[in-house]
Design a protein around this ligand. Structure first.
Ligand SMILES: Cc1cc2nc3c(=O)[nH]c(=O)nc-3n(C[C@H](O)[C@H](O)[C@H](O)COP(=O)(O)O)c2cc1C
Length: 393
């Protein structure tokens, strides 16, 4: 009798061990996460060409849906390179006019500029040097017309205060502490903008915190109820280490702050039983977590531009990167719940409301974000190999 009990117990232990091993292997526990290599400070040093070294910093920038829609063309003149938007890395459902894709060109350019200071290169950035896009043929224009021409001039390296903050994750989707920005910190953030066609607005009063939190939740509710958008996000979700190493762009469980052993457990379970991550479950979790984080948000920030030209979209991305780096230097983190700023039909009512409440007539809210001191560190997300961005390599 005693022997039978021992055999049963041992069998249960073996079954549990085998099941756990299957989950961990399916999650990719033995894979080397190449997709985070670009975050290493030594990464850019692997390359001799300073243009690649700078682009290796650009890819760390925040970018819509982590699509990393960037292409680099190296000129015959070794001091010059071009940035193009990658028309094969668009998210047409959430970003039908590619406005976020253009902001994302700007976030990259500002990281290149800051890295240039540290590495000893002045970066002269000219936007749309061959003219703006033909909007009737957007994808074709993206392929043919550069977003920016970047010319490098060797100068003395500077001790850039923002440089080190490029290596921190850009987005933190967790609850924030109650601490608000001091008036000095607000002044410091507002002062990073010197362009008269752009404005940074910061809200910390109870009424606006409530109103803006409601916009974020409403946006999440509307977006998560749209099948074609859920499908688009699901297509770029990389469920385990193998997929993350293969694609190196898109979403992954790190985006929700999952790290350590839990990351492999979650990935293993989702890989073995994909229905865990079905549309309804994901939508419920998304709306609930949005409600939870807006209940723990002490400040909101907006970047508003006078018009909505491609140049202003790119410039607001540059400003967003500067805002991220400066906020990091003050110990703050951020997340842009962009849904209410998206231009698809179902969001139109909320889009119009937030614009009529917060943006002067004819101006555009390019970025809307929550800001605060973190309650939890966030992991680094996937990044492509910078050489994959180089056109015609
Ligand atoms: C234009 C733009 C729109 C974004 N919209 C959202 C959003 O709606 N929700 C969100 O959580 N993050 C948003 N982000 C952050 C990106 O998802 C994030 O930068 C990307 O996944 C890479 O992760 P990282 O910033 O942590 O490196 C946005 C970023 C940009 C530049």
């Amino acid at each position: 009798m005693k022997n039978r009990m021992i055999i049963i117990l041992l069998s249960i232990v073996v079954i549990l061990l085998v099941a756990s091993a299957i989950v961990f292997i399916a999650g990719g526990i033995f894979s080397n996460p190449k997709y985070v290599e670009p975050w290493k400070k030594s990464y850019s040093k692997k390359f001799d060409d300073p243009r690649i070294q700078l682009a290796a910093h650009g890819i760390l920038a925040a970018n819509g849906h982590n699509m990393q829609p960037w292409k680099i063309k190296l000129d015959a003149d070794k001091d010059v390179f071009y940035l193009f938007a990658d028309s094969e890395h668009l998210t047409k459902e959430v970003d039908p006019f590619a406005r976020q894709t253009m902001i994302t060109q700007g976030t990259f350019l500002e990281y290149v500029r800051v890295a240039g200071e540290k590495l000893g290169y002045e970066t002269n950035i000219v936007l749309f040097p061959d003219g703006e896009y033909d909007e009737q043929n957007l994808a074709g224009s993206m392929n043919n017309k550069p977003v920016a021409k970047i010319t490098l001039t060797k100068v003395e390296p500077k001790n850039s205060v923002l440089y080190d903050f490029m290596f921190l994750p850009d987005t933190n989707r967790a609850a924030y502490q109650k601490t608000q920005l001091t008036s000095d910190q607000i002044k410091q953030l507002i002062a990073i903008n010197t362009d008269k066609d752009m404005t940074i607005k910061i809200f910390q009063d109870k009424e606006n915190i409530k109103k803006l939190g409601n916009y974020a939740v409403k946006g999440a509710e509307i977006e998560s109820s749209i099948h074609r958008i859920n499908q688009e996000s699901s297509n770029i979700f990389r469920s385990n280490e193998y997929k993350k190493n293969k694609y190196r762009y898109g979403f992954s469980v790190e985006g929700q702050g999952t790290t350590g052993i839990m990351k492999y457990v979650m990935q293993g379970l989702i890989t073995l039983v994909p229905s865990i991550n079905n549309e309804k479950n994901s939508a419920d979790i998304y709306v609930k977590s949005t409600q939870m984080v807006v209940d723990n948000t002490p400040a909101y920030v907006m970047i508003i531009t006078k018009d909505n030209s491609r140049i202003e979209q790119v410039k607001s991305g540059m400003l967003y990167s500067r805002l991220i780096l400066t906020a990091h230097s003050l110990g703050f983190v951020m997340q842009p719940p962009s849904q209410v700023l998206e231009e698809y039909t179902e969001m139109k009512e909320q889009y119009n409301k937030i614009h009529s409440n917060y943006a002067p007539k004819d101006s555009t809210i390019q970025m809307f974000l929550r800001m605060g001191k973190p309650t939890q560190e966030f992991p680094q997300s996937m990044r492509r190999d910078v050489m994959d961005l180089v056109d015609g390599k």
